[in-house]
Structure formats: structure tokens, C-alpha cells
Design a protein around this ligand. Structure first.
Ligand code: ATP
Length: 358
């Protein structure tokens, strides 16, 4: 396992700037996800780490060694793609052996390493099958075993689960994370799926248009997003422009006006300006009586709802307003559309973003 460092990486395709100065440090044994919408530069960065695209500026080091002059096959990295990147005419054994043969691994060693990698992903019994004779999850594990077999310092995952159905995706991402923790390999994992990033990562790097918006633990990017982009891309967020009308910075208590009325915010970080964006998550609203003397009780009109099994998703608007928010409540609800209900959003659940209202 290795340590990887990217400093101010820049890549241009003609006049188009695909990476605009990216810096990320990945410690040994960490799994870091690059998360962002299509076209934000995730794959370009991954391919630059692998050595397939040169940097125009900046540096990539692996275990302290500058990679500028090091070709892909000597970089101590391995790519793990979607399972359809397997060779359909080769057996599982030969698919896993592919990278080792390219490196000229001696026959005895090759045999041992293929079997060891297959065992790591519980595929020992499938070595003579063709990929088409395996389930989608098993095929994905072959792709992983192929990467593990070369014992790379860093495994680079390029949206490996995107062609699996939702249930299998959950299962395989769990397996990859378990294996990664058990064997301690360092990994960079590209995805546009925020749930996958939250579930798997030590560090989530949220990218947008060739830049990093925020890098943090899953908890930080979900509960302390810095701006509207991150708040909205990582989960569902109710984002409001607010104006601070009173501040007690010592206690971390602020009064703000918002589209849902006067609200109290409890925050250990002060707002970056008088007019900033704030947000709360749909699950932060808790049903309560209208006459409650709690802070931040808002009466909403229920506009629409959808039952999702474990919870019900409501579209709500503060009484007399057209601005809609999302509220999620556990299980089923008897609330009918058009009715009025009160919810409390606790002051510490309303969070200032580090983004001013322009
Ligand atoms: N070889 C190339 N020549 C010109 N432009 C390119 C090239 N490769 C990528 N780009 C552009 O650079 C931008 C970033 O592409 P990249 O593939 O890194 O995005 P991504 O975040 O991985 O997106 P996706 O999730 O769709 O794969 C895109 O606008 C893309 O069109």
C-alpha cells in the first residue's frame, strides 16, 4: 500500500481546462472518492494518476516519488473498471492473470497470485468459467481480483459499479469496502453516486467543473457542506437565503430572517456575511404541535407526498408561501395533501453555508 499526493494538477484539452488546479492527499490505506457530475474531470484525474494523461502543470507523487517521467506500467497502480471490461473469451483465471502476464510474472508465481486474488474475493471455485457464466456481482469481483493480483500500491476504481442493478450495487460496494479495510490497500474511487461515496469513503472529494468544491469526511460533506453545490449534490438539501438580524457569537446563537420566517441558528462557526445561504436536511424536520414553545416551529402546507417504504417524502410550503421544501418522516403517514402541519427544525440543524447571497 502506498501514499499518493496530487498538487495543483492542471490539464487542458486544447483551450478547455479539464482540471483547474487540483490538490488531494491520500494517506496509506485510505479510500478516497472523487465525486461529481458528468464532465467535472473525475476520470481525467484518475487517468492522470494512472499515467495515461500527462499533467500540464502540478505534480503527482506516489510514496514521495515524482511520477512525471514514470510510464503507466511502472507506476505501481492498477485500474479496476466496470465488469464489462473483462475479456469475454478468456476464463476467470486468464482474466485475473492478464496484468501479471503483461508484467512477465514467472509461471509458478503467476499461478499462486491468481489463486490468492481469487480467494480474496471468494472466486476460487469459478476459475475455469467464462465471464458470461458468472453473475454480475461475480464479474465485478473478477475485475477487482485482476487489479489486486498485481499487488499495486494504489487501486484506481473507475465507476466500477455503474452497470450493476441497485441491489447488487449496494452489496458489491459493501464487499469492496470490507476488502479494502481488511487488506488496507490505498484506493481512489470515481463515482457520480453520492450514496456510494458516503458509504465507502474515508475522504470524499466533491468536484465541479475541473475544481474541488470541498474535500472532507462523509460526515463533513453531508452535515457541513461549504456551499449550495455540495449541499445539493451530496444528499437532498433545503437551501435558503437568510439575513442575520442578531448575533450572540459567544454562545453561537443567531437570529435570521428566511423564506420560512424568523429562525434561530445554533452554530459554532459564525456566518461569513450578513446575507448568506443556510440549509437543513429533510430528515431534520420533526413533527410537533403548532402551539409548541420550541424554537423554529414552522407550519407547512402539505403539497405532495410519496411513500418510500421506510419513510415518506413530503413536499411542503410554509403557510402563505410558494417556496417548497422537502421533509422526510419515518414510515407511513396519515397526513393528507392540502392539510397544515407543524414541524420543528432544531436550531443546531440549520447550518450556515460559506456562501454569500450575491
Ligand atoms: N481527450 C479529450 N479531449 C478533449 N476533451 C476531453 C478529453 N477527455 C475529456 N475531455 C473533456 O474534459 C471534461 C472532463 O471529462 P471527464 O471524463 O474527466 O469527466 P467525468 O467527471 O469523469 O465525467 P463522466 O462521469 O461523464 O465520466 C469533459 O468536458 C470532457 O468532454
Amino acid at each position: 500500500m502506498s501514499e499518493l499526493s496530487i498538487t495543483d494538477a492542471r490539464i487542458r484539452f486544447g483551450s478547455y481546462e479539464a482540471l483547474k488546479g487540483i490538490s488531494v492527499a491520500v494517506a496509506q490505506g485510505q479510500l478516497v472518492t472523487l465525486l461529481g457530475p458528468s464532465g467535472c474531470g473525475k476520470t481525467t484525474l484518475l487517468r492522470a494518476i494512472a499515467g495515461f494523461i500527462p499533467l500540464d502543470d502540478g505534480a503527482i507523487t506516489i510514496d514521495g516519488a515524482d511520477m512525471r517521467e514514470v510510464p503507466p506500467e511502472r507506476r505501481n497502480t492498477a485500474m479496476c473498471f466496470q465488469s464489462y471490461a473483462l475479456f469475454p473469451h478468456l476464463t476467470v483465471f486468464e482474466n485475473i492473470a492478464f496484468g501479471l502476464r503483461q508484467k512477465g510474472t514467472p509461471r509458478d508465481d503467476l499461478d499462486k497470485r491468481v489463486r490468492a486474488s481469487a480467494a480474496q474475493v471468494s472466486l476460487e471455485a469459478q476459475l475455469q468459467k467464462l465471464p458470461s457464466q458468472l453473475s454480475g456481482g461475480q464479474q465485478q469481483r473478477v475485475a477487482l481480483a485482476r487489479a489486486l493480483a498485481v499487488r499495486p500500491g494504489v487501486i484506481l476504481f473507475d465507476e466500477p459499479l455503474s452497470n450493476l442493478d441497485a441491489r447488487l450495487r449496494d452489496q458489491v460496494r459493501f464487499e469492496i469496502r470490507q476488502l479494502q479495510k481488511a487488506h488496507g490497500f490505498t484506493a481512489v474511487y470515481v463515482t457520480h453516486d453520492q450514496a456510494e461515496a458516503l458509504a465507502m469513503s474515508d475522504l470524499v472529494v466533491v468536484m465541479n467543473a475541473g475544481s474541488i468544491e470541498q474535500a472532507g469526511t462523509p460526515y463533513e460533506v453531508y452535515y457541513r457542506p461549504v456551499n449550495r453545490f455540495v449541499a445539493d449534490f451530496v444528499g437532498t438539501a433545503n437551501i435558503m437565503p437568510v439575513r442575520v438580524t442578531a448575533a450572540d457569537a459567544g454562545r453561537g446563537t443567531y437570529r435570521v430572517t428566511s423564506p420560512m420566517g424568523e429562525v434561530t441558528v445554533q452554530s459554532d462557526e459564525p456566518p461569513v456575511a450578513e446575507e448568506v445561504y443556510a440549509m437543513w436536511r429533510p430528515e431534520d424536520a420533526v413533527a410537533c404541535p403548532e402551539s409548541s414553545d420550541l424554537s423554529n416551529v414552522v407550519t407547512f402546507e402539505i403539497k405532495a407526498q410519496s411513500f418510500l417504504g421506510n419513510l415518506t417524502d413530503l413536499a411542503v410550503a410554509p403557510q402563505g408561501s410558494d417556496v417548497t421544501y422537502r421533509v422526510q418522516i419515518l414510515g407511513q403517514t396519515e397526513i393528507s395533501d392540502g392539510s397544515l402541519r407543524s414541524f420543528q427544525i432544531a436550531p443546531e440543524k440549520v447550518r450556515f453555508l460559506k456562501e454569500r447571497v450575491q
